[in-house]
Design a binder for this molecule. Structure first.
Ligand code: SF4
Length: 381
C-alpha cells in the first residue's frame, strides 16, 4: 500500500535576543548547555515519534522553525537533521526549509544544513532600513542580511524565502515600498509579507500604550498590503495565500499543508501536530520538555480529537486563506455534502457584502474580504 505523506515541523526555541514585538515561544540569552540539552531531548523525541509515524508516512516537507534555528551550532543542526533521516523516510523531492535570522548565520552552518538535505532557506529580514530594524529590536543590520543572502546563494541555495513586515510604528508607505522593491531586486523565490499585530505584554505594545510610539492606522496598513500585492504580481510572483507570494514552482509545500488540512507532525517545544483527525501539541515548558527525553514526563501536553464540525470549520477558514479559495468539489468530496447545504445563508450574506465571491468553481475572499478576513472566518466557526 502506498504510504501517505506528512510534513514535519521542528521547533528550535532560541533567539539571540527577543525582538520588541515578539510573543513567539522562544528564549533569548540561553547558555550553550541549555541548547545542548534541548538538542538531545529533541533527538530523543524524533526517535520516539519516528517509531509511531515513521513506518506509516512518507515525509514530503520538513520545516525547521523557531525561534532561530540558525542559532544552533553547525554540529547540532547536523545531528538533528541526521536524526530526522534515521527515523523518517523522505520523498526524493522533499522540501526541507530552515528559518534563519541574519546575524545568526554563517557559511559553515549553510554548508552543514545543505549537506543534510535542507534545500530551502527562509530568512527573517523584516525591513531593509537600519533605523526601522532598530524600532523592531532586531539584532541585524541591512548589511548583515545582504551578506547572508549572498552567502546563501554562493553556498548553493536555489530556493529562498524572505520574510518582510509592514505597518509597524515609524514605517511610512515609502519605506515599505523601498524595502519591498529592494528585496525583489534580489529575485528571491518566495516572499512572505505580514502586517505587524501588536501582541500584549511585548515591549512594542507597551510603547504603543504609553504613547512613545504611534500605531499605523488601518487605512495605511491596508494601502501597504494592496500596494505590495500589486508590486509582487507585476514582478511575476503569484499571490497564493493572504500573506505569501511565490515565483512559479516555488509555493511553500509545507505551509500549504496547514491551509489544506493535510497531516503534519510537530517536534520540539510547544510544537503542534495534526494527524489522523487528531490535533495534539507538546509541552511549552522547557524543563518539562527536557525531562521528557529521559521518560520523566510526557512530551505531549494536549490532545483534541476533531469532531466533524471542527474539521469543517477548520477546512473553511484555513482554505479561505488561499487566494484560490475553497474548491467546491473538494469540499463535497471531503464532507459528502454541498457547501451551500451547510453554509448557504452565510455565503449569500457575505457575498452581498462584497467579502466573498464564487469563481472558477471555488469560494474565495474578495480583496475587501481579505481586509476583514477574521470577520469572514467567524461565519464558518
Ligand atoms: S527572531 Fe523571530 S522568534 Fe526570535 S525573537 Fe525575533 S521575532 Fe521572535
Amino acid at each position: 500500500m502506498q504510504k501517505r505523506t506528512i510534513g514535519l515541523y521542528v521547533h528550535i526555541p532560541f533567539c539571540a535576543q527577543k525582538c520588541r514585538y515578539c510573543d513567539f515561544l522562544s528564549f533569548a540569552h540561553t547558555d550553550a548547555s541549555v541548547r545542548e540539552a534541548y538538542t538531545r531531548a529533541l533527538i530523543a523525541e524524533i526517535g520516539q515519534q519516528g517509531k509511531v509515524y515513521g513506518n506509516r508516512f512518507l515525509v514530503d516537507s520538513v520545516f525547521l522553525g523557531g525561534g532561530t534555528p540558525s542559532l544552533l551550532s553547525a554540529g547540532q543542526l547536523s545531528r538533528i537533521l541526521a536524526a530526522l533521516s534515521r527515523s523518517f523516510s523522505r520523498t526524493r523531492d522533499c522540501e526541507t526549509t530552515m528559518e534563519a535570522n541574519p546575524g545568526a548565520l554563517d557559511a559553515r552552518k549553510l554548508e552543514a544544513v545543505l549537506t543534510h538535505g535542507v534545500n530551502r532557506l527562509s530568512i527573517g529580514v523584516q525591513s531593509l532600513s537600519d533605523a526601522l530594524l532598530r524600532v523592531l529590536g532586531r539584532i541585524h543590520t541591512r548589511a548583515d542580511f545582504l551578506a547572508n543572502y549572498k552567502a546563501a546563494r554562493h553556498a548553493g541555495f536555489a530556493n529562498i524565502n524572505l520574510d518582510l513586515m509592514f505597518a509597524f510604528p515609524m514605517q511610512a508607505l515609502a519605506d515599505w515600498r523601498e524595502t519591498l522593491t529592494e528585496a525583489l531586486d534580489l529575485r528571491p523565490e518566495h516572499v512572505s509579507f505580514y502586517s505587524l499585530q501588536p501582541e500584549e505584554a511585548t515591549p512594542l505594545w507597551a510603547s504603543l500604550r504609553d504613547g512613545t510610539l504611534a500605531a499605523i492606522d488601518e487605512d495605511t496598513d491596508r494601502e501597504m498590503y494592496h500596494d505590495a500585492v500589486r508590486t509582487l504580481t507585476r514582478a511575476g510572483y503569484a499571490h497564493y495565500e493572504i500573506s505569501n507570494a511565490a515565483r512559479p514552482g516555488f509555493r511553500c509545500r509545507h505551509n500549504l499543508k496547514y491551509w489544506s488540512m493535510e497531516a503534519y507532525l510537530g517536534l520540539g517545544l510547544g510544537a503542534h501536530s495534526y494527524a489522523d483527525g487528531i490535533r495534539f501539541s507538546n509541552t511549552c515548558d522547557p524543563d518539562a520538555y527536557i525531562a521528557a527525553a529521559d521518560g520523566r514526563a510526557p512530551f505531549r501536553a494536549h490532545t483534541h480529537v476533531n469532531s466533524l464540525e471542527d474539521c469543517i470549520s477548520e477546512y473553511m477558514f484555513l482554505g479561505l486563506r488561499r487566494i484560490e479559495g475553497v474548491l467546491e468539489a473538494d469540499y463535497a468530496r471531503h464532507f459528502g455534502e454541498e457547501l451551500d447545504a451547510r453554509f448557504g445563508g452565510e455565503i449569500a450574506r457575505l457575498t452581498r457584502e462584497g467579502l466573498l465571491e464564487r469563481a472558477d468553481c471555488a469560494l474565495r475572499l474578495t480583496p475587501r474580504g481579505i481586509d476583514v478576513s477574521n470577520r469572514v472566518f467567524v461565519a464558518f466557526v
